[in-house]
Design a binder for this molecule. Structure first.
Ligand code: FMN
Length: 162
């Protein structure tokens, strides 16, 4: 299987740490069994090369909302807006899944940006993890990404939001 492509943004380094955890796991699995895909990760920046979206990709996004409770208020996204703008202009037919993160202290707002993106880009939310994530979450997300990539390979079409 081709490498699993991840596009991510990380303001304080947690998402980056989790992406590295998934990539390390993938490298280990690939070393044992060459059929297991590696991970290639691209951090969003102002100099982002949009040709990255020409191949199937997954988006990893943390949640930064401006106050509120996520139910009545608190939908105002901050700090990740540039990535959202980039995705608005991107080829989302290749966006196979979204992985979100946040902090459970935010209650109903936990991981809300990924949920918003799932709707906005009609793309399945394939998982949420907290802060830097753990090995179990990394294994779960790696497994789900393989499933979605495999389905895309077979059908030539991404799955829409369930
Ligand atoms: C100003 C601010 C607002 C935040 N808002 C939310 C939120 O609404 N929901 C949530 O789940 N986490 C929220 N978080 C927690 C971050 O999503 C969490 O720390 C995440 O791991 C940061 O990822 P990063 O280090 O890759 O930027 C917020 C953090 C900050 C600093």
């Amino acid at each position: 299987m081709a490498p699993l492509r991840i596009v991510y943004i990380s303001i304080s380094g947690n998402t980056e740490a989790f992406v590295e955890k998934v990539a390390e796991l993938a490298a280990k699995e690939h070393a044992k069994n060459a059929d297991k895909p590696l991970v290639e990760a691209f951090e969003y920046s102002e100099q982002f090369d949009e040709r990255i979206f020409d191949q199937p990709y997954f988006v990893f996004v943390p949640t930064y909302l401006d106050g509120g409770d996520g139910i009545h208020t608190g939908y105002h996204e901050i700090l990740t807006i540039d990535l959202r703008d980039e995705l608005d202009a991107a080829n989302t037919a290749n966006m196979l899944g979204i992985v979100g993160s946040g902090n459970r202290n935010f209650n109903a707002q936990f991981g809300l940006t990924a949920k918003h993106y799932a709707r906005r880009f009609n793309t399945p939310l394939i998982g949420l993890y907290e802060l830097r994530g753990n090995d179990e979450e990394a294994a779960l997300i790696y497994g789900r990404m393989q499933k979605y990539a495999h389905n895309y390979q077979l059908s030539g079409k991404k799955l829409a939001l369930a």
